[in-house]
Write a protein of this length. Structure first.
Length: 412
């Protein structure tokens, strides 16, 4: 993304004595790229203003139930250190004042850039409330987003929500960015999942159509299970005419077509069948029978693909690897450019499925060395799956699509 910051410096950056300072936003040797923006750096910038610092500290302390003296102490902390404290929860090496927010690495969940608008999200879990608060302060106050301040959309609560404290998930208004996919300039997909409710999708559509942000929104309702969590754990795009997908969810068997009492008296399997409805302003809603039909329509009609849409299936569509590798984010990939995608190296059967489609597979460490040696250039890469170790990341239930938050997109 920013070769000027890294080209010719690999040994220096990786040297043990530098203690990974290149990657630490509060360190003077941080790369500070203007191509890939770090949330902690943006937070540090907005905390420079005393009035904003007081308001944000008060809000964080209210969420985390801090005492008043601690609030005053935080207000007097330097912006560089305060940004680190607010994210890490650590006042110093020996004192934790509140829990850290490690899920902030999944930056897609806090907001989605849609054309000239920014849709801020409403998380389902209380643990992510601080992330949402930080996103609001950054987007409304950082000079980088000054030109978009009037185009920030916030999901409102349902009327009289405070009268229904015990309401079910579908009645709460929640929306997370992993369930929002911008698949073409005028078409958005919103998933209804474990984390995004029907009410949240409904409020988002009203905002999007009311402000003429897009012309078409498709709602994909998937099972409310942690296995799936968001729609980007079930499918993501690889190329204009190619997607990676968990096929077993797309083709869930209909119990009416099976024989035997168990299919009738157990929980109906139809609960696991995705429901897909497409909305266009002023038009009658349209339905799709399966995810493949929707994605094919997007590729061929929205993106103008002349080729028949193809799919790469999680785990090579082979039991039990399909579901097992989906759990470790085989479908949660990030397309850096058309046909060049980033994923985890642990999903062996899915990697094999990419190879069968003609993709080259390369480890990220080898790729960086090739760039360093001028053996390969990013702009010449095609049909490549870049893999890197997932370490603790897959245990956190997120892949590279989750860990990215595109602010600007090239025209298709």
């Amino acid at each position: 993304m920013d070769p000027a910051k890294i080209k010719g410096r690999l040994k220096e950056i990786d040297a043990a004595e530098n203690n990974r300072s290149f990657f630490k936003p509060d360190n003077k040797n941080f790369h500070a790229s203007d191509k890939v923006i770090e949330i902690q750096t943006l937070l540090e910038d907005v905390l420079q203003e005393a009035d904003i610092r007081k308001k944000l500290v008060a809000s964080v302390c209210a969420i985390e139930n801090c005492n008043y003296r601690l609030q005053l102490k935080l207000i007097d902390t330097t912006p560089v250190e305060l940004a680190k404290i607010i994210i890490s929860g650590s006042l110093n090496r020996n004192e934790m004042i509140f829990a850290p927010i490690p899920n902030l690495i999944f930056s897609r969940d806090i907001g989605v850039a849609i054309n000239n608008y920014m849709l801020l999200n409403k998380p389902a879990k209380k643990a992510r409330a601080r992330e949402t608060l930080l996103a609001r302060y950054i987007f409304f106050n950082h000079p980088l987003f000054a030109g978009y301040r009037d185009n920030i959309l916030e999901i409102p609560e349902t009327v009289q929500h405070f009268l229904r404290p015990g309401e079910e998930h579908d009645e709460k208004t929640t929306l997370e960015g992993g369930d929002v996919m911008m698949v073409s300039p005028q078409h958005l997909i919103i998933g209804c999942s474990e984390r995004t409710s029907v009410s949240g999708a409904n409020e988002a559509i009203k905002l999007l159509f009311g402000n003429d942000v897009v012309k078409k929104v498709t709602v994909v309702k998937i099972p409310h299970k942690r296995d799936y969590m968001h729609i980007d754990t079930v499918f993501t795009q690889v190329k204009r005419d190619m997607w990676v997908l968990l096929r077993s969810l797309d083709n869930t068997e209909n119990p009416a077509e099976t024989q035997g009492p168990s299919s009738w008296f157990a929980d109906k399997k139809s609960k696991d069948r995705p429901e897909i409805v497409q909305f266009e302003k002023g038009k009658k809603p349209k339905t799709y029978t399966c995810i493949e039909d929707l994605l094919s329509d997007i590729s061929e009609n929205d993106l103008g693909s002349k080729a028949k849409t193809s799919f790469i299936y999680s785990g090579g569509d082979t039991f039990p690897y399909d579901a097992r590798e989906q759990w470790t984010d085989s479908c949660n990939l990030l397309a850096l450019k058309e046909g060049v995608v980033l994923g985890y190296d642990r999903n062996d059967k899915t990697v094999d499925a990419f190879k069968e489609k003609g993709f080259e597979v390369i480890k990220v460490a080898d790729l960086l060395q090739k760039f360093e040696n001028n053996d390969l250039k990013p702009e010449t890469m095609t049909d490549t799956l870049i893999v890197m170790p997932s370490a603790e990341l897959s245990r956190a239930r997120g892949g590279f699509h989750c860990m990215s938050m595109p602010l600007q997109r090239d025209e298709i």
